[in-house]
Every structure is written in structure tokens, then in C-alpha cells.
Design a protein around this ligand. Structure first.
Ligand code: AKG
Ligand code: FE2
Length: 234
């Protein structure tokens, strides 16, 4: 775990230099028309496709990732297009994304700091629709030394501003070693803790009011199995 802790410290320094090694932020990755189209498709999906969680709801497309392998389900064309578009950037080492999570956050909602786990290729790509948000990054609990209480505040490292229509790509240590989350807030005040402030066109001190944000988290699940094989699982 020591290497992880060192890494967090060095990432802290990168914040100041506005240059994180494995973060790519692409503003206006999609057009306003594409954004409206995607939102329309998300809200046109059957009600049963939504899972309500505390503080957000989500749609899962492509199958449920499982340690024994994901039974792949066809991704609808309106999402498949973007799986291919993102994959063609080389985000998944030549593989094509086969899994999409659609998260919806109403104003004031968020997601607790977490790791995405080992079932995915260590790259996460996110298209934001409808609103900006701040994605916050945290050091793992094991990295705090001495008597410092392991509060969220003490583990907080920096944030990334994601604007609507942007694509965010996180790879390697950014993805594997740090926790990420979104504070349940109705508005965000930009500070120098926002590592991509200039790339995202933000101004320090400015307050951005959140609206409903829908995010498309596009990933590659390497381990896929045929439906037949699952019969033996239970
Ligand atoms: O909405 C986002 O950008 C983050 C979603 C996320 O972290 C997740 O679904 O695991
Ligand atoms: Fe996540």
C-alpha cells in the first residue's frame, strides 16, 4: 500500500500544475443536438430500466459485470454509437466499450466516494449531459498517517469540473488508486482545488448552479461469457 500513498502525495502536487498524468478532459465532445438526442433516448427507456438508489437513479446497459464474467447484452444503437466513438480514441487499448451506466442526479444529489472495482478495464470514460458537476477525488483510507482522523475532508485531494457535453477519461492510477465521488450539493464554487479549471473554462471564485445531470459512464468489461455457461453458476 505504500506505493499508493506516495502516489496520492505526488498527485496532490500535480493539482497545482494543472496537469494530471492520466486525466483527459475533452470539452464539447458532443454537440448540443447530440446532447438533446441522448437525453431524449435516456428518458424514453422503459421505466423498468431504472434502478432507484439513495441519491440518484441509474440504467445499466450491456450486462451485469460479474467476477465469473459478464453475460453480454446488446447495447442499443443510440449508445453503441458513443461506445465506438469513445473507443476509437484508444481509451480501451483497441477494445470497444461494452458497458454503459447511465446515472441521473437531480440538483442536490451525488454519489459517495467509492472505487469502481476490478471488473472493468482500468479506464473510465464519462459523457456529461444536462449539467456540470464536480467530481471529487480522495486518498484511500490506508494512506493517512498518525492520529489524523480519517474524515472525508482529510482524504479529499482535488476535483475535476465536468461541463455538459464533455468527455472525461480517467486511466490507471487515477482510476485504480483513488476514490471518486460527487458531493450532494445544489451548487459548486470553483476553487484552485479544481485541477482542470482552465481546460474546462472555469473561473476561480465563480459559483455554478447545478441542474439535473445525466452521465454516461462508458467502460470495457474484459471478461465476457456466453449466456449458456451461466446455467452452472448456481
Ligand atoms: O456520474 C459520474 O460521473 C460518476 C459515476 C460513477 O462514479 C459510477 O457510476 O461509478
Ligand atoms: Fe464510479
Amino acid at each position: 500500500n505504500k506505493a499508493v500513498c506516495k502516489l496520492s502525495v505526488s498527485l496532490k502536487q500535480f493539482v497545482v500544475h494543472d496537469a494530471l498524468p492520466t486525466v483527459y478532459y475533452i470539452p464539447d465532445f458532443i454537440s448540443e443536438d447530440e446532447e438533446s438526442y441522448l437525453l431524449q433516448q435516456v428518458y424514453r427507456s422503459p421505466k423498468t430500466k431504472w434502478t432507484q438508489l439513495s441519491g440518484r437513479r441509474l440504467q445499466n446497459w450491456g450486462g451485469l459485470p460479474h467476477p465469473k464474467g459478464m453475460v453480454a447484452e446488446k447495447i442499443p444503437d443510440w449508445l453503441q454509437t458513443y461506445c465506438e466513438k469513445v473507443s476509437s480514441l484508444g481509451a480501451f487499448n483497441g477494445q470497444t466499450a461494452n458497458h454503459v451506466l447511465v446515472n441521473e442526479y437531480k440538483q442536490g444529489e451525488g454519489i459517495m466516494p467509492h472505487e469502481d472495482g476490478p471488473l472493468y478495464h482500468p479506464t473510465v470514460t464519462t459523457i456529461s449531459l444536462g449539467s456540470h458537476t464536480l467530481l471529487d477525488f480522495y486518498a484511500p483510507v490506508s494512506c493517512l498517517e498518525g492520529d489524523a482522523p480519517q474524515t472525508e475532508e482529510n482524504r479529499y485531494l482535488f476535483s475535476l469540473l465536468v461541463k455538459p457535453r464533455s468527455l472525461l477519461i480517467l486511466q490507471d492510477e487515477m482510476y485504480q488508486q483513488l476514490l471518486h465521488g460527487i458531493q450532494a450539493r445544489a451548487q459548486d464554487t470553483l476553487t484552485d482545488k479544481v485541477a482542470n479549471l482552465s481546460a474546462a473554462g472555469g473561473e476561480p471564485g465563480k459559483t455554478l448552479i447545478r441542474d439535473t445531470r445525466v452521465s454516461l459512464t462508458i467502460r470495457h468489461v474484459p471478461k465476457v461469457i456466453k449466456a449458456k455457461l451461466i446455467l452452472g453458476r448456481k
